[in-house]
Unconditional design. Structure first.
Length: 141
């Protein structure tokens, strides 16, 4: 992992892993089931093979993606998200919801079974009830 931000901040440390150009789009392709190197490259025009290879290696090193050899000669790998990578689904959903509310041209929205837009909510891990007001606090280390 490249350290660009040497700050005691969750956002900065997350950006050290996910903040490079193309990284989130590669994760998105893996999340929707595109797993082959060439298919990812085709889905993301403008992404060079060298950059894709580098980003996939970085995602593996960070424990977000894993590779599986499915053809030995020439070597071909299938890429999937780990549980750590799959946990980013909520982040992507929040970005889709934000985009539906704030982008001039909206490409996706998240809806329920009745086709109503959904919203992000926070729930107490203790009670399970929805929390209207949240606070961010430092974690004691």
């Amino acid at each position: 992992m490249k350290t660009r931000y040497d700050l005691p901040c969750n956002i900065a440390q997350t950006l050290n892993i996910l903040g490079d150009r193309w990284t989130l789009l590669i994760i998105h392709e893996l999340m929707i089931g595109v797993s082959n190197f060439n298919d990812i490259k085709l889905k993301l025009p403008g992404l060079s093979a060298n950059v894709l290879s580098s980003r996939l290696k970085e995602l593996e090193e960070a424990g977000i993606a894993k590779s599986e050899l499915y053809i030995s000669h020439p070597p071909r790998y299938r890429y999937t998200l780990t549980d750590k990578g799959l946990a980013l689904e909520h982040v992507f959903n929040a970005m889709i919801i934000w985009g539906a509310e704030h982008l001039e041209t909206c490409y996706k929205e998240i809806v329920d079974n009745d086709e109503h837009r959904v919203e992000v909510g926070y729930y107490s891990s203790k009670t399970g009830e929805r929390v209207e007001h949240i606070h961010i606090r430092p974690v004691k280390v």
